[in-house]
Ligand binder design. Structure first.
Ligand code: CA
Length: 407
């Protein structure tokens, strides 16, 4: 999870990013009890010494909390809702890479061509990836969220949600106000503190956002140039390799040994792997095979850039949506292979059972959290290799049955 890099929370809170960006808050009028208000006021009073130590003035502090008298009950209820991690990747892609979004993104690419060229030149991140992030995070700036960030973060911090993470983010948000990048009134975002057109947490704004339009403010809310450049800066800072794409849809040759799923891209090509769009694979770099629907669905050769995208949001479906949307914005084709939409899938409880069983056999060391991510995929592959099965890393009901029968 992203506490280390700390950007969009969508993945580990368990909601898809667009749902977060579209959220809105109940009016402050939903009166809190005197006890709740007193507790909230005490929390803010205790925050002040730490804010002061970070160079935040009393004027900034008081302006930030002006009119905030209690937590936002709507935000607290959202933290208790069930996420959508169990949603199939193909369902997520339908919404995230829709024809309407592709058309809007291409129009933005034309309108902002000059800015995007300058961003590519400075950061080495392709415009299509930058646009895809912008599209998935806020529908190209149209839905950056309407929840006042200071109250949202104060609500989550005071409730102790995710330990001290939101208290730290609240202090970072105050630091942004102190710098004068934005006013408290304009500092808005999703209920979980991801802000503006890029849905960055405050710490990511401090660490990565850039002033690209040259007005002296890093304005990821109101400036498209700042928003786009901040996305590119974030990806560059996390290690985006300009020589490679995020990944490539590929076709496995007959008899391909899936047990060798990671290595030099040139070696994959020598073993007969081909891109499904007919273009050549890059001659250098490393990659690994990614089969988010198993052997019955599309196969991707992903690069380190895929992991850079995943640092923004750990969900596989999110990273694939950004990568594929980027390809489509660039004029690339739809995925060549169909998804196994009719095949039986494991639900969250099934994935937890799979994790528990794999852990019992020594293949899995993580939590049984029901999340199908890289850790579970790796464990499934090791089990499949051990059993002499094709190592696609895909957890299915049939595999769970077999695992339960394994002595
Ligand atoms: Ca600016």
């Amino acid at each position: 999870m992203r506490v280390a890099t700390g950007l969009c929370l969508a993945g580990w809170i368990g909601l898809a990013a667009p749902a977060l960006a579209a959220s809105s808050s109940a009016p402050a009028a939903a009166a809190a009890s005197p006890e709740v208000r007193a507790r909230f006021a005490a929390f803010i009073a205790r925050l002040w010494p730490d804010a002061e130590a970070r160079g935040i003035s009393r004027t900034t502090f008081d302006a930030a909390f002006a009119g905030i008298t209690g937590p936002d009950p709507e935000i607290l209820s959202r933290t208790r809702r069930q996420g959508e991690f169990g949603r199939p990747v193909w369902d997520y892609l339908v919404g995230a890479v829709s024809p309407g979004r592709i058309a809007r993104g291409q129009a933005e690419a034309a309108r902002l061509a000059k800015t995007l060229s300058a961003i590519e030149a400075r950061f080495g991140v392709p415009r299509w990836i930058v646009l895809a992030f912008w599209g998935v995070e806020s529908d190209f700036g149209a839905s950056g969220g309407t929840v006042p960030t200071i109250r949202a973060l104060a609500t989550l911090a005071e409730a102790g949600f995710r330990g001290t993470l939101f208290r730290d983010e609240l202090l970072a948000a105050l630091a942004i106000l102190q710098r004068g990048d934005v006013t408290p009134e304009r500092m808005k975002g999703s209920w979980a503190g991801a802000m503006g057109q890029v849905q960055f947490l405050p710490s990511s704004v401090l660490n990565h956002a850039v002033d690209f339009d040259g007005d002296g403010h890093r304005d990821i809310w109101g400036s498209q140039a700042d928003a786009l450049a901040s996305i590119a800066a974030y990806l560059k800072n996390l290690g985006w390799d300009p020589a490679l794409s995020w990944g490539y849809e590929v076709i496995l040759p007959a008899g391909f040994d899936l047990a060798r799923y990671r290595g030099d891209i040139a070696e994959f090509a020598r073993r007969g792997l081909r891109r499904s769009d007919g273009k050549p694979l890059p001659g250098a770099g490393t990659g690994s095979l990614f089969l988010p629907g198993g052997l019955g669905g599309p196969v991707f050769l992903i690069t380190g850039n895929f992991e850079v995208i995943r640092a923004y949001n750990t969900a596989d479906s999110y990273a694939l949506a950004v990568g594929h949307l980027a390809d489509r914005l660039a004029g690339g084709p739809t995925l060549a292979a169909p998804w196994p939409t009719k095949a039986a899938r494991l639900d969250k409880a099934g994935l937890e059972a799979m994790q528990t069983a794999l852990r019992g056999l020594g293949f899995y060391a993580g939590e049984a959290d029901g999340r199908a991510g890289p850790k579970l995929r790796e464990a499934v592959r090791q089990y499949q290799i051990d059993q002499g099965l094709p190592a696609d890393g895909y957890a299915t009901p049939a595999l769970l049955e077999r695992l339960r029968a394994t002595p």
